[in-house]
Ligand binder design. Structure first.
Ligand code: FAD
Ligand code: NAD
Length: 464
C-alpha cells in the first residue's frame, strides 16, 4: 500500500478545513488536506455563496417585474422574464471562481491536496480512497472538518418531489407550487427567493412563528414581508407526509385540523446534522455531545492530537465560525496560545428584510443576570432607507447600565447584513455607547441608525 506521512492531516476542504490548511502552511506545518468533492465545502458549493447568488437574482427579477406596473420612481419596463437555466449557469460561474480560488490558495501555500474519501484507521492513520486506489496517510495531528448534512424527515425522505437545499439551489425548472417545511434560515431565505422568482410558496413551521431562533420583535418585519410577498404561512403545524398521489403535503394544525397543500416540489429545511458517519469516526470512540463531536475551547476532542471544527462540532453551524476555529487550531498546533472564546458570533439571515444579531439580546442579557439598557432606532427615520425605498426595520443596541459597555446589537432591514462588521468591531473592541455615539457617521447611510440607537440609549437621539 502506498503510504505518505504529514504533520497535519485535515479531513474536509470546507471553510473550516481549507482555512486551517492555509494558516498551518503559513506557519510552516507540513499539511495535507483530503476532500472528496470540490474544495470549498458546503459553503462555497451548495450553501452560503450559491444561496446568496440565487437570492440576488430573485431580488433583481422581482424589481424588474415591479417596474412592469406603476413604479413610483417613474421607471417602466414592458415585461420581465427569467431564464432560470441562465441564472443557474451564472451562479455556477461564481461558485467555480471561488472554489478554483481556494485550490489556487492551497497550491500557493504548498498544501498537499488529495482528492478522495478519507476513512479513519486510528488517531494517527487515515486511508484515502483516491481514484480507485488506497493511499495510507500517517500524521501527527488529525483535524476533522467533515461538516454537516441536511436532516431528513423519516416519513418523507429526500427523493422525487421532496428536495433539500442542494437541489433547490440548482433548479432545472422552477416548480409552480413549492411547499417549504421549516421557517428557519434555509426555508425562509430560499422560500422568499422562489416566491420572487414567481413560484407559489407555502411554508409549514412547527413553531408558532417564523425564524423562532431570533427574538419575536426582530422577526416581525420579516413576517410582514412574507405576507406582502403572498407566501402562505402554516405556523404551529405538523407535517404528516405526502398525499397518496404524491402531489401534495398533508399537514395538521395545533388545533388538530388536517389540510392538504398542493405541491409539485417540497423543500425540507428542518436543520442540518453533523456528518459523523461513513468515515470510521466511531473507531476513535470520541466523546460526543448529542450528534456532534465534543470539543473543548481549543477544538480538541477527547483524543490527544485529534481536533474537530465547524459544523461537525454542532451549533452555530456558520461558515465564519468554522473558519475562525480552523485558523485557531493551526495556530495552536504551531505552538501559539489560543482559545476559542469569541466576544460575539455574528449571525445573519439573508431574508428580505435581512436580520443580524451580534452579542446579547435584551432577553439574553437579562437571563445572564446583567442589568442592561437597550434602545432602538427605526429605519423609518433614516434618510438613506427612504432613498432605498425600504424603511422597514430598526437597529437595537444593548449595553450595561452601569458603564454603558455594549453587549449586543440586533438589526432588521434592507442591507443590514453589512452592519454586522461594525457591530462585531464595537463589541470586540469593548466600545461603550458613547464611543459609538461620538463617532462621526457618514451621511446619508444606514450606519447612521447605529449611531442614533446608541444616542437613544444615552437619552439624546437627534432624529427621532
Ligand atoms: P463543510 O463546508 O460542510 O465542509 C465539509 C467538507 O468535508 C465537504 O466538502 C465534504 O465533502 C468533506 N468531507 C466530509 N467527509 C469527508 C471524508 N470522509 N473524506 C473526504 N472529504 C470529506 N453559513 C453562513 O455563515 N452564512 C450563510 O449565509 C450560510 N448559508 C448557508 C446556506 C445553505 C443552503 C446551507 C446548506 C448552509 C449555509 N451556511 C451558511 C452554513 C455553512 O455552509 C456551514 O456552516 C459551513 O460550510 C461549515 O463549514 P465546515 O468546514 O464545517 O463544513
Ligand atoms: P434551521 O434550524 O435554521 O431551521 C429549521 C426550522 O425548521 C426551525 O424553525 C424548526 O422549528 C423547523 N422544524 C423542525 N422540524 C420541523 C418539522 N418536522 N416540521 C416543520 N418545521 C420543522 O435549519 P435550516 O434552515 O435547515 O438551516 C440549517 C443550518 O444551516 C442553520 O441552522 C444554519 O446554521 C445554517 N444556515 C445558515 C445560513 C445563514 O447564516 N444565513 C443560511 C442557511 C443555513
Amino acid at each position: 500500500m502506498n503510504t505518505q506521512s504529514t504533520t497535519l492531516l485535515i479531513i474536509g476542504g470546507g471553510p473550516g478545513g481549507y482555512v486551517a490548511a492555509i494558516r498551518a502552511a503559513q506557519l510552516g506545518i507540513a499539511t495535507t488536506l483530503v476532500e472528496t468533492a470540490n474544495l470549498g465545502g458546503t459553503c462555497l458549493n451548495i450553501g452560503c455563496i450559491p444561496s446568496k447568488a440565487l437570492i440576488h437574482a430573485a431580488d433583481e427579477f422581482a424589481k424588474a417585474r415591479s417596474y412592469a406596473g406603476n413604479s413610483a420612481l417613474g421607471i417602466a419596463v414592458p415585461s420581465a422574464t427569467i431564464d432560470i437555466a441562465t441564472t443557474v449557469h451564472w451562479k455556477d460561474g461564481i461558485v467555480g471562481k471561488l472554489t478554483g480560488g481556494v485550490g489556487a490558495l492551497l497550491k500557493k501555500h504548498k498544501v498537499t491536496v488529495v482528492k478522495g474519501w478519507a476513512t479513519i484507521v486510528d488517531g494517527k492513520t487515515v486511508d484515502v480512497n483516491t481514484a480507485g486506489e488506497t493511499l495510507r496517510m500517517s500524521c501527527t495531528h488529525l483535524l476533522l472538518a467533515t461538516g454537516s448534512l441536511p436532516v431528513e424527515l423519516p416519513f418523507m425522505p429526500f427523493g422525487g418531489i421532496v428536495i433539500n437545499s442542494t437541489e433547490a439551489l440548482s433548479p432545472a425548472l422552477l416548480p409552480k407550487k413549492l411547499v417549504v417545511v421549516g421557517a428557519g434560515y434555509i426555508g425562509l431565505e430560499l422560500g422568499m427567493a422562489y416566491r420572487k422568482l414567481g413560484v407559489a410558496v407555502s411554508v409549514v413551521e412547527s413553531v408558532e412563528r417564523v425564524l423562532p431562533a431570533y427574538d419575536a420583535e426582530l422577526t416581525r418585519p420579516v413576517g410582514a414581508s412574507l405576507e406582502r410577498l403572498g407566501i402562505e404561512l402554516h405556523l404551529g403545524c405538523t407535517v404528516l407526509g405526502l398525499n397518496a398521489a404524491g402531489t401534495g403535503v398533508r399537514i395538521k394544525s395545533s388545533a388538530g385540523t388536517e389540510t392538504e397543500l398542493a405541491a409539485d416540489q417540497v423543500l425540507v429545511a428542518v436543520g442540518r446534522k453533523p456528518r459523523t458517519e461513513g468515515f470510521g469516526l466511531e473507531s476513535l470512540r470520541l466523546d460526543m455531545q448529542g450528534r456532534s463531536v465534543k470539543t473543548d475551547d481549543q477544538c480538541r476532542t477527547s483524543m490527544r492530537d485529534v481536533w474537530a471544527i465547524g459544523d461537525l462540532t454542532g451549533e452555530p453551524m456558520l461558515a465564519h465560525r468554522a473558519m475562525a476555529q480552523g485558523e485557531m487550531v493551526a495556530e495552536i498546533i504551531s505552538g501559539k496560545r489560543r482559545h476559542f472564546q469569541p466576544s460575539a458570533m455574528p449571525a445573519v439571515c439573508f431574508t428580505d428584510p435581512e436580520v443580524v444579531v451580534v452579542g446579547l439580546s435584551p432577553t439574553e442579557a437579562q437571563q445572564a443576570g446583567l442589568d442592561c439598557i437597550h434602545a432602538s432606532f427605526p429605519f423609518a427615520a433614516n434618510g438613506r432607507s427612504m432613498t432605498l425605498e425600504s424603511t422597514d426595520g430598526f437597529v437595537r443596541v444593548v449595553a450595561r447600565r452601569d458603564n454603558h459597555l455594549i453587549l449586543g446589537w440586533q438589526a432588521v432591514g434592507c442591507g443590514v447584513s453589512e452592519l454586522s462588521t461594525a457591530f462585531g468591531h464595537s463589541i470586540a473592541m469593548g466600545a461603550t455607547l458613547n464611543d459609538v455615539a461620538a463617532t462621526i457617521h457618514a451621511h446619508p447611510t444606514l450606519g447612521e441608525a447605529v449611531q442614533e440607537a446608541a444616542l437613544r440609549a444615552l437619552g439624546h437621539a437627534l432624529h427621532v
